[in-house]
Design a protein around this ligand. Structure first.
Ligand SMILES: NC(=O)c1ccc[n+]([C@@H]2O[C@H](COP(=O)([O-])OP(=O)(O)OC[C@H]3O[C@@H](n4cnc5c(N)ncnc54)[C@H](O)[C@@H]3O)[C@@H](O)[C@H]2O)c1
Length: 405
């Protein structure tokens, strides 16, 4: 039997790194997850998932302490055949890409790596960053191969999608391209080759396209609501047996750690001339404001508002960039009290769904978790369901439903 491929994943205990490590560890790789989060490292080594991800727990049980280890000790880099880094390049509040964290992490990876190894950038990066990293390696006179192989999974479906979605593979040199191909061919049968800049844009186009798509629906939702009309009745009508409208999303909070950030990166790359992206940001980020505007009236200051679902999307425990939290902040300025519930998000300030329902004058669905489907909604409570999730619930004349990556 051939020797296992030795892989180090920098940022390996996170939502991108850990699923990748789990899949590689079951496919002939010996994986070290290099991370700075001591708690997550301990959890992973104890075969305990630090966050929810379908199908990940049994894989972790199978490989923890065998073909997969978590560590904060960078000495594991020295023996690696491939180092995958998931540290990204967010944009700052002035839309400038922040590349210093990535540089710092790449520099320390390079220091520990042996010549001849492969360095894979896996996070979404600002276009041109792979070239900057490649130039940095040349400048340091290191013989390390550089590739950009973007992550395209959706949280919650990572284990299934890593082995089924095609993998984009990009490098400046044939040797790096061949090594990246060999690594990802262990996971998925279909590889697509692009130039690095093309691949960087491919990833940003994917997420921005989704973000714009949701914005169209959210804009239509606002338009229909403004005229007192039920967006979901119109959505049901135009998508019924009409294939050209298949991509028409339902309305809902388009949030999470990637869609807005990646649209912002593309806006920055376009010299702030990504008009449709900017418009999409206004629409999607404006949805909580629209809800508050609809609710605003002389009585709001005397009312208790409950938000059900604080994760950024249904069935997730991830609250990063969740618009439910933005809504909470806005309402706290205007309502008597705001109570928030979520069965999955670890936040000590949350209350139980029962307590939220008992106290609420107004109930807003923040994330349409399946467990909320059969809730008995008190008849006197005003319900705001932008998702259309409860639209078929008996007795609800819901006016104010989609799935976000
Ligand atoms: N979550 C997704 O679905 C998704 C999909 C595609 C791309 N991305 C991008 O991938 C990147 C990582 O996202 P995530 O969701 O895994 O985040 P995460 O916060 O879950 O994980 C990041 C991990 O990196 C660790 N870390 C941070 N700096 C480090 C360093 N210098 N050295 C070692 N470890 C370090 C953190 O402790 C954490 O465990 C982001 O840039 C994100 O935009 C995320």
């Amino acid at each position: 039997m051939s020797e296992p491929l030795r892989v180090v994943i920098v940022g390996g205990c996170g939502r991108v790194g850990l699923p990748l490590g789990l899949v590689l560890a079951t496919r002939g790789c010996d994986v070290d997850l290099l991370d700075i989060d001591v708690r997550r490292i301990q959890q992973v080594n104890a075969a305990e998932m630090p966050f929810a991800e379908n199908g990940a727990a049994p894989l972790l049980q199978q490989v923890a302490g065998k073909s997969l280890r978590a560590t904060s000790d960078a000495s594991c880099l020295a023996a690696a055949d491939a180092v995958v880094t998931v540290v990204g390049t967010p944009v700052d509040r002035h839309l400038n890409p922040e590349i210093h964290d990535l540089y710092r992490s790449v520099d320390s990876a390079l220091k520990g790596m042996r010549d001849g190894a492969l360095l894979v950038l896996r996070s979404t990066v600002y276009p041109g960053v792979t070239k900057l990293v490649y130039d940095r390696v040349q400048h340091l006179a290191r013989k390390i191969h550089v590739a950009f192989c973007p992550e395209r999974i959706t949280e919650g479906k990572a284990i299934e999608e890593l082995v089924s979605l095609p993998q984009i593979v990009a490098a400046f040199e044939p040797a790096a391209q061949a090594m990246a191909r060999a690594l990802f061919a262990r996971m998925t049968p279909k590889l697509i080759e692009l130039q690095p800049l093309e691949a960087e844009l491919a990833k940003l186009f994917t997420n921005s396209w989704r973000y714009l798509n949701f914005a169209i629906s959210n804009q239509f939702y606002v338009l229909a609501e403004t005229y007192g009309l039920d967006f979901n009745r119109i959505h049901d009508a135009v998508t019924c047996d009409y294939p050209r409208m298949r991509a028409f999303a339902r309305a809902g909070f388009a949030a999470g750690p990637c869609l807005l950030k990646d649209t912002l990166q593309l806006a920055a790359f376009s010299g702030n001339n990504f008009f449709m992206g900017h418009a999409a940001m206004l629409v999607n980020e404006g949805l909580p404001n629209f809800i508050v505007n609809q609710l605003r009236g002389p009585g709001l200051g005397r009312k208790t508002v409950a938000i059900l679902g604080m994760a950024f999307k249904a069935e997730s425990d991830d609250p990063r960039e969740s618009l439910s939290y933005k809504l909470k902040k806005l309402l706290e300025l205007e309502a008597r009290e705001v109570l928030c519930a979520d069965p999955y998000v670890p936040d000590p300030e949350l209350v139980s769904v029962e307590d939220a329902l008992a106290a609420a004058d107004i109930l807003i669905l923040g994330a349409p978790h399946a467990v909320y489907a059969d809730l008995q909604l008190p008849p006197e409570t005003q319900v705001v369901d932008i998702w259309g999730f409860w639209r078929h619930t008996a007795g609800r004349h819901d006016k104010m439903a989609h799935s976000v990556s």
